[in-house]
Design a protein around this ligand. Structure first.
Ligand code: ASP
Length: 201
């Protein structure tokens, strides 16, 4: 292709030309996010020391998958970190920062303050640990979340699959909604530490 990444008005026009459903931005506005934005703006304006909750700060959805041929894919959908400056581009659409997949290595989708993920090239860092340093997915993911990213004092999490489809979902916050399904149809969901097997889907 002639472009890897399109942004802004040109991206909207491209999507429309491709026949995608296009909706006004207000379609994505929910009262919960408006309230969270107000709350963050108030805290910023009053210099409040009450920390913003993770739920106020963001609401990103990540997905990773491995198909029957062993191909890996990753996707991240986000409204972006709350109360961001105009024109700000986060890590989610940047391949290697918030999202990355490479056959035979891993697929990963990240969440947390995007600026740090961009600076650390976090998603690619995970793949590099596995590919070049020979780290196991689980160890690489733990190092990234609990050492590299935690050193910036941000809430961070990711969902990832290894080359064989083994899932990991580490996070350094109180909880992170997550779920996965195996080829056998075994479905598992979790919010905090405990896993909830849901039986075959
Ligand atoms: N990473 C996203 C961003 O910085 C936010 C998030 O994951 O919640 O835009």
């Amino acid at each position: 292709g002639r472009a890897v990444l399109l942004a802004g008005v040109a991206a909207d026009i491209f999507a429309e030309l491709q026949g995608l459903d296009v909706v006004p931005n207000t379609y994505f506005t929910t009262q919960r996010r408006v309230d969270a934005l107000r709350s963050l703006q108030e805290k910023a304006a009053t210099g409040s020391f009450i920390p913003a909750s993770e739920a106020e700060k963001h609401g990103t959805v990540g997905a990773v998958a491995r198909d029957a041929q062993g191909h890996l894919a990753a996707a991240t959908s986000t409204g972006g970190f709350n109360n961001k400056p105009d024109g700000r581009v986060g890590d989610s659409p940047i391949i290697g920062a918030g999202t990355y997949a490479r056959d035979g290595v891993c697929a990963v989708s990240c969440t947390g303050q995007g600026e740090i993920f961009i600076r650390r090239v976090a998603a690619y860092d995970l793949a590099a640990r596995i590919h070049y340093a020979g780290q196991a997915l689980e160890d690489a993911a733990k190092t990234l979340v609990f050492e590299t990213l935690a050193s910036h004092a941000i809430g961070a999490g990711l969902v990832a699959l290894g080359a064989q489809g083994n899932p990991v979902a580490p996070y350094n916050t109180l909880g992170m909604y997550r779920g996965w399904i195996t080829t056998e149809g075994q479905l598992v969901v979790a919010t905090h530490k405990e896993l909830h097997p849901m039986g075959p889907a």
